[in-house]
Design a protein around this ligand. Structure first.
Ligand code: NAP
Length: 244
């Protein structure tokens, strides 16, 4: 029986690459999406072409009931979840002076509460199995802070504190919980930045380039695998040396 990996926000960007990388390792894959579109169908097809099962589940992770329903569907189909990757996330950048309360709240709702909603619903099944891996996608900004990203940085710092707490709570049940903190990765999220801004950011990276989604996915693959069986409560930076 294949292991089952559940990736939120998996139709594009880093999430899609994580789903494909785990599929290549032989996992059956659950991809979460918000709206049915071509990207979803393409991702599903790419995964199925790797000869594993792929279940797509619709849901907004910031809504508790959506997470509950998605997890129920996965358990009905596969009977278990071995690896949960909380990847879905958003930004709504603005200096504090002009940041609307709703934009602060929305980012916390998706990035932090969404991670809670998923973990809360998945861990009971992992606890029964006395086995599981949870990998939360944070950000280097959650460690360093960033001007114009007070909402995002707070949400990602929250994810780190949440990860460490869960790691302590769940270790006795053989559930390992870690976070990955990407730096500047080439996806739709960073493509919105102006070329000059991208160039400025590149100058702060010792490796002098953006990271690729695959480079984040490979670390997730490691944290999901038996090779990381003695690692829990850690934050692994994938940032080309951006933050040391
Ligand atoms: P992206 O290309 O913007 O993709 C984000 C994904 O999250 C999309 O699939 C999106 O779905 C999904 N999503 C957003 N809100 C959701 C919700 N409420 N419920 C379910 N799905 C939702 O972003 P990315 O760059 O791949 O980022 C992935 C993760 O890495 C995020 O947590 C991000 O904060 C983190 N990260 C990224 C970078 C970077 O440089 N790119 C750096 C550090 C950390 P839709 O298609 O429906 O919008």
């Amino acid at each position: 029986m294949n292991k089952v990996g559940f990736v939120t926000g998996a139709t594009r960007g880093i999430g899609k690459q994580i789903a494909i990388t785990l599929a290549k390792e032989g996992y059956d894959i659950v991809i979460n999406y918000r709206e049915e579109n071509e990207q979803l169908q393409e991702t599903k097809k790419e995964i199925e072409n790797l000869n594993v099962k792929c279940l797509a589940v619709q849901g907004d992770i910031s809504r508790y009931e959506d997470c509950e329903n998605m997890v129920k569907k996965v358990i009905e189909k596969f009977g278990k979840i071995d690896v949960l990757v909380n990847n879905a996330g958003i930004t709504k950048d603005m200096l504090l002076l002009r940041m609307k309360e709703e934009d602060f709240r929305k980012v916390i709702d998706v990035n932090l509460i969404g991670t809670f909603n998923m973990c809360k619903n998945v861990t009971s099944y992992m606890m029964k199995e006395r086995n599981g891996r949870i990998i939360n996608i944070s950000s280097v900004v959650g460690i360093s802070g960033n001007s114009g990203q007070a909402n995002y940085a707070a949400s990602k710092a929250g994810v780190i504190g949440f990860t460490k707490s869960l790691a302590k709570e769940l270790a006795s049940r053989n559930i390992l919980v870690n976070a990955v903190a990407p730096g500047f990765i080439q996806t739709d999220m960073t493509n919105v930045l102006k070329d000059e801004t991208k160039e400025e950011i590149r100058k702060t990276i010792p490796l002098r380039r953006e990271g690729k989604a695959e480079e984040v996915a490979n670390v997730v693959k490691f944290l999901a695998s038996e090779d990381s069986s003695y690692i829990t409560g850690q934050v692994i930076q994938v940032d080309g040396g951006m933050l040391m």
